[in-house]
Design a protein around this ligand. Structure first.
Ligand code: GAL
Length: 667
């Protein structure tokens, strides 16, 4: 996929359903005598893919320049010999001790200014030229040895870029790389001073060498400075990854290249990084992430309700996001199999949840779902993290559910997923903008997008997530929860839409330099929707505006804007000022409404676009893949699924328990 505008083509052929499951395996962590039996049992379970090696640098190159491939040769032979297809991970998330001892400057520095040490993982800065050289060297060596091995199906670069908050590093070499990046972007220090508004507080710099990192200031740094640092850090991750993909393309022809992204990780532009991949993968931990994603004061009830099965839209949002980065393809590279070890609390999934998560990924278009991990290790950091097998090798509860899916897949051919009727626009630069300048503590861009997404999913309608490079013309509905700033071409593409489009608060609120637009927000969007935002306010929990929607009321919390406009208003604040305005099929929402009001707004929008929204009971969700409709129940009660009378069920039946799945074919 090259840059620029591309269309979602959404797969081309019927998937081979016998090859849709996989597992993560660490041969270096187990006695070699066990490998053959492990491999045979993987194949017997119905697993087709096995990902290995992504943390094994110290065993591949125990001393600088001394490679020991023998063990990996034998592991690959053993796994491939059992009929498994291998995904090789490049080991650059875990440089060995000798490398750190020799080049300590590659260690990352935290936002607190302290250098991080050896003894876990991701102990590197992405901007280190030395580390890039070392990474290229080990990737080259691996690709030279295994690039054409018939057992190797593809590659995973590194592991979870940005994990443990490591996309941004604040050391001396990061500062120097940032200065170079700024010089390229602005050309002269005068241009930088002008763009950032450094006349304020006498912040003008004499030259690029004087510009520091935005972590060491007394109070908040200039937001333009902080946003540029976020852009720079993102570019460093993209470049680091590209250094690997260039080698792999050359030395391992015909093999796919992917990367395993994470949930709710916003510190680099995943769309840009994915341009260098064949498709995106992501790591799905629905229970662990329920604890860490929903950290708003208001989420306690939600976390109790879904503690053992995960949020009904949590994995779904990420399936749809990562599918957007691979032209309709994606993998789940790591699937939670049972309790994990890293969240504040680590409950056991309700019986059936591992099966539900697997089917849900497939329903959203996944090519492969790969479980993390084959066996729970009795040692080190993840000894309390379950796998498909317990440390004594007995099958854990998750294994039974994985085997059940493997069995069910045998009799079901999955077709490609089709484009959804609704596109939700997701933008990393906007996420950085509001991270730098939230203006209200709980103005969280991810949460805003998630709330909009969730409202549509509650209506039983499928959603594609799109980025600024996607073609939006054919979508009956486009949702832009917020777009702080964009290149002209993006505004023009949005402006050409005549079909239903909804823009959310703070859209067009910033220039690319992170200033206020000369004409006031919504900046370039005013050409489509003639209005001016005269005032904005953020609201602490418990303070809200009443909204008047026809003859019912709702509320707006977190954020509200006072608009000046002659446009018709479908919703007004209590004082009569407009909260939702429209011109033709283009609308602007000037607040963050409560969930039910958002569902009402989406219902109207979907109806206007000729879709058929139907509110689902709490915890029930639908998703279509080809001619099959899937239903997933996270409600604590058994639920009847909304299948038409006489529907032919291919998975489950009309009534499904909590953690249950049903699927039927549209006749
Ligand atoms: C992922 C990571 C794995 C493992 C797993 C545990 O974030 O990629 O290596 O740590 O979490 O849940």
């Amino acid at each position: 996929m090259a840059g620029g505008v591309f269309r979602l083509t959404h797969g081309l052929s019927v998937e081979r359903t016998s090859e849709m499951l996989g597992v993560c395996y660490y041969p270096e962590q187990w006695a070699e005598a066990r490998w053959a039996d492990d491999a045979r049992r993987m194949a017997d379970m119905g697993l087709a893919y096995v990902r290995i090696a992504e943390f094994a640098w110290a065993r591949m190159e125990p001393r600088e320049g001394e490679y020991e491939w023998g063990w990996l040769d034998r592991a690959i032979e053993t796994l491939a010999g059992a009929g498994l297809k291998i995904v090789l991970g490049t080991p650059t998330a875990t440089p060995p001790y000798w490398l750190i001892a020799k080049y300590p400057e590659i260690l990352p520095v935290g936002i607190d200014g302290r250098q991080r040490g050896f003894g876990s993982r991701r102990h590197v800065s992405f901007s280190s030229a030395v580390y890039r050289r070392e990474a290229r060297r080990i990737v080259d060596a691996m690709a030279t040895r295994y690039g054409s091995h018939p057992g190797v199906a593809g590659w995973q670069t590194d592991n979870e870029y940005g994990c443990h908050d490591t996309a941004r590093s604040y050391g001396d070499l990061d500062r120097e790389a940032f200065q170079v990046w700024l010089a390229e972007r602005y050309g002269s220090i005068e241009a930088l001073n002008e763009a950032w508004g450094n006349v304020f507080w006498s912040m003008e710099y004499p030259d690029f060498g004087a510009v520091g990192l935005p972590n060491a200031t007394v109070t908040e740094p200039n937001p333009s400075h902080a946003l540029d640092f976020a852009r720079f850090a993102s570019d460093m991750v993209v470049e680091f990854n590209r250094a690997q993909t260039e080698i792999l393309r050359r030395k391992s022809p015909g093999r796919f290249i992917t990367h395993n992204f994470m949930q709710r990780t916003l510190t680099f532009d995943h769309f840009r990084l994915a341009e260098d991949l064949d498709f995106a993968s992501w790591d799905s931990y629905p229970l662990g992430k329920l604890e860490v994603i929903f950290d708003d004061d208001r989420d306690a009830e939600l976390k109790r309700t879904y503690a053992r099965v995960g949020h009904p839209d949590g994995p779904a949002f990420h399936h749809d996001l990562y599918r957007a980065m691979g032209n309709g393809r994606f993998w789940v590279m790591e699937q939670q199999p049972g309790p994990v070890n890293w969240a504040p609390w680590n409950p056991a999934p309700v019986s059936g949840a591992v099966r539900l998560w697997t089917w849900e990924a497939l329903a959203h278009g996944a090519d492969v779902v790969s479980y993390f991990r084959w066996r729970q290790p009795p040692f080190a950091q993840e000894q309390m993290h379950t796998g498909l097998h317990r440390p004594d090798d007995s099958p854990d509860f998750g294994a039974e559910e994985a085997m059940r899916v493997a069995e069910e897949l045998k009799s079901l051919a999955l077709e490609p997923t089709a484009p959804a009727p609704v596109a939700l626009f997701f933008d990393y630069q906007t996420a950085w903008t509001y991270e730098v300048q939230p203006q209200g503590r709980d103005f969280d861009y991810f949460r805003l997008c998630f709330d909009w997404y969730s409202a549509v999913r509650r209506l039983g309608i499928d959603v594609d997530i799109v980025g600024s490079g996607h073609d939006l013309a054919d979508y009956p509905v486009v949702l832009v929860p917020s777009l702080a700033m964009a290149e002209d071409a993006v505004w023009q593409r949005l402006g050409r839409r005549t079909k239903t489009t909804l823009y959310g608060p703070r859209t067009g609120s910033k220039t690319l330099n992170m200033g206020i637009p000369e004409t006031l927000p919504p900046g370039p969007l005013a050409e489509t929707l003639p209005l001016r935002v005269l005032q904005v306010e953020s609201l602490r929990p418990g303070v809200a505006h009443t909204l008047r929607i026809g003859n019912r009321t709702g509320s707006a919390s977190r954020w509200a804007e006072r608009l000046e406009t002659d446009l018709d208003a479908d919703i007004r604040f209590d004082d009569g000022t407009p909260a939702l305005v429209r011109k033709g099929q283009q609308r602007y929402l000037a607040c963050w409404p409560d969930d039910e009001t958002l569902v009402d707004i989406m219902t109207d929008l979907m109806r206007d676009a000729g879709l058929e929204p139907a509110l689902l009971p709490d915890g029930l969700r639908l998703r279509r893949r080809g001619s099959i409709t899937f239903a997933f129940n996270r409600n604590s009660q058994a639920m009847e699924v909304p299948a038409p009378a006489g529907a032919r069920f291919v998975v489950g039946g009309r009534t499904i328990p909590n953690g249950g799945v049903a699927a039927w074919r549209d006749e």
